[in-house]
Design a protein around this ligand. Structure first.
Ligand code: PGA
Length: 244
């Protein structure tokens, strides 16, 4: 199955308007979309200008979260429709920071994934176990339950993207071993109907030095990159590693 790699950057709560030179710098650093899709999820405040700058180079932009409703009395929230209107093509849902800091349940993440589709976006649905779960031998069970609860059955394989991000690897400089990543990605793929067509990203301290090893694994179809996506040369190096 031919799955186009997706290299996605998650800027989290980083970036003021002076960060918008990122896209031309990324192109200058040689990040080409010939062999992979390149996506940046900036803070929503930058989204509409970022969408225009990104489009000049064939890059895509996305949101970092969305509400379940299309509009309404939800102060401070953004709908998938609004993100799409600002130029987004994707939206991250169920990131572990949202699950932990905002108490997001699998059911809520599932509703957000459906809202993303309603709004014309591709949801990147995040799952991943804690260190405690992994050390207790429960990684598969935890991730399997998150997938069962967070991925709407009605979505076809190309309507969404999955991101496996072990919580203990996010922002810590620790990546999972390639063996553990390969095993988990194969497990995730096998757990989905039409799993062969689903793009499954790895996330958690992906940096240029180790990206190639991770991205060359059979069941890894790209990366969700936090810290290293803030620097155009690092992010370009990761994109290049997806097709080396
Ligand atoms: P990191 O973040 O690359 O900084 O570990 C990944 C993520 O949270 O998506």
């Amino acid at each position: 199955m031919n799955r186009t790699p997706l290299i996605a950057g998650n800027w989290k709560m980083n970036g003021l308007s002076d960060a918008l030179g990122f896209f031309s710098a990324l192109a200058g650093a040689g990040a080409s979309t010939r062999h992979c899709d390149i996506l940046v999820c900036p803070p929503a405040t930058l989204l509409s200008v970022a969408a225009m700058r990104a489009a000049e180079h064939g890059y895509l932009v996305g949101g970092q979260d969305c509400h379940t409703e299309a509009s309404g009395a939800n102060t401070g929230d953004l709908s998938a429709e609004m993100l799409r209107d600002a130029g987004a093509a994707f939206v991250i849902v169920g990131h572990s920071e949202r699950r932990a800091d905002h108490g997001e349940s699998d059911a809520l993440v599932r509703a957000k994934a459906l809202a993303a589709r309603r709004g014309g976006l591709v949801p990147i649905i995040c799952v991943g176990e804690s260190l405690e779960d992994r050390e207790a031998g429960k990684a598969d069970a935890v991730v399997g339950a998150q997938i069962a609860g967070s991925v709407p059955e009605s979505l076809s394989a190309t309507d969404y993207v999955l991101a496996y991000e072990p919580v203990w690897a996010i922002g810590t400089g620790r990546t999972a071993s390639t063996d553990d990543i390969a095993t988990m990605h194969a497990f995730i793929r096998a757990s989905r109907p039409d799993g062969d067509a689903v793009r499954i990203l790895y996330g958690g301290s992906v940096k240029p030095g180790i990206a190639e090893q991770i991205l060359s694994l059979d069941d890894v179809d790209g990366a969700l990159v936090g810290g290293a996506s803030l620097d155009p040369s690092s992010f370009a190096a990761i994109a290049k590693a997806s097709h080396s």
